[in-house]
Design a protein around this ligand. Structure first.
Ligand SMILES: NC(=O)c1ccc[n+]([C@@H]2O[C@H](COP(=O)([O-])OP(=O)(O)OC[C@H]3O[C@@H](n4cnc5c(N)ncnc54)[C@H](OP(=O)(O)O)[C@@H]3O)[C@@H](O)[C@H]2O)c1
Length: 281
């Protein structure tokens, strides 16, 4: 199916969910820097969107043609994100770009993330599914940074020392999302990884001294991780979902280096060395 013409693109309105997050904020910035009409939405954005409160969804979706939808893992939202996509399609949106986790194609059809992927494929003329691996930016501005700050720089996770992960730069994920929102990536799934498989120790060693607060990686058993996370106020369900993702990584399911970034963007993914160069304090 041909993509929309440039004139059409500039009048298109895009709704970016997860707009205060690592990826969503970059997607929003990019769209706006191109002079495109884009609205960011989340619980703390000016346009308030809460996955657990459907009351203003029709208002938010009025006049929206493109939607970028993030699917928070481990929150047991009861397929609210899929419900949001249904409302978006009914409101006339034509293009949905859905961001989930690497491996979501193997998740049960009724899981929040897989249900959102399937809904986008079912309901939209144009859809793109982006499945991302863990981000480099988790060490500087995301969950790993938060965890390390509360443990004097120690990042303690239930992941084996030798487990490899093909971490990806959030800029590649955001670029792929913007390309899918603006161009014709319709009807494709992309698994987005970086160009190398790295252990947590390797990433910590290289990012030390940058804006990352992580100074040391320690492998924890699942029980200790669970009790520390509970002390930090994380819900059982969220910790359970994190533990599952780390177990998947230990089983080698986050190690593969894919062609996804190249296929989506026709350029190589950003390597850790460049992320480190550009994340200096
Ligand atoms: N970070 C990673 O390593 C990673 C790895 C693989 C896949 N992904 C995928 O990428 C997506 C985005 O990741 P990210 O790292 O950019 O996320 P993030 O930085 O954790 O941000 C999450 C976003 O979701 C919003 N949010 C949280 N709870 C919400 C709720 N109940 N209702 C509405 N909005 C809510 C947050 O804003 P408010 O607090 O303002 O609501 C924030 O904008 C994830 O959902 C996941 O599917 C991420």
């Amino acid at each position: 199916m041909p993509g929309p013409g440039v004139g059409t693109l500039y009048s298109m309105s895009t709704l970016v969910t997860g707009a205060t997050g690592i990826v969503g904020s970059r997607v929003l910035t990019q769209l706006r820097s191109r002079g495109l009409s884009a609205t960011g939405a989340s619980r703390t954005s000016t346009t308030r969107l809460d996955w657990t409160d459907t009351s203003n969804w029709d208002e938010i979706l009025d006049g929206v043609e493109n939607v970028f939808v993030v699917t928070p893992p481990g929150k047991a939202l009861g397929n609210r994100v899929a419900g949001f996509l249904e409302r978006a399609a009914k409101a006339g949106a034509a293009n949905a770009v859905v961001l989930t986790d690497m491996g979501t194609e193997h998740a049960p059809a009724d899981s929040d993330q897989r249900a959102a992927e399937l809904q986008a494929k079912d309901l939209f003329d144009r859809w793109t599914v982006l499945r991302s691996n863990w981000l480099f930016q988790d060490f500087t501005e995301g969950m790993f940074a938060t965890m390390a700050r509360s443990r004097n720089g120690r990042l303690e996770l239930p992941v084996k020392k030798k487990t490899g992960i093909s971490f990806v730069d959030a800029r590649d994920v955001a670029d792929a999302a913007v390309a899918a929102l603006l161009g014709d990536h319709g009807g494709r799934d992309y698994t987005l990884t970086g160009p190398q498989t790295l252990t947590f120790r390797e990433v910590v060693k290289q990012t030390r001294g940058t804006e990352s607060p992580v100074w040391k990686f320690k492998s924890l058993d699942r029980g200790s991780f669970h009790s520390r996370a509970a002390d930090r106020g994380m819900s059982d369900r969220y910790v359970g979902s994190l533990s599952e993702r780390f177990a998947a990584a230990d089983a080698g399911r986050a190690a593969e280096v894919t062609e996804g970034v190249y296929e989506a963007l026709r350029r190589e993914p950003i390597p850790l060395a460049r992320f480190v160069r550009e994340a200096v304090l």
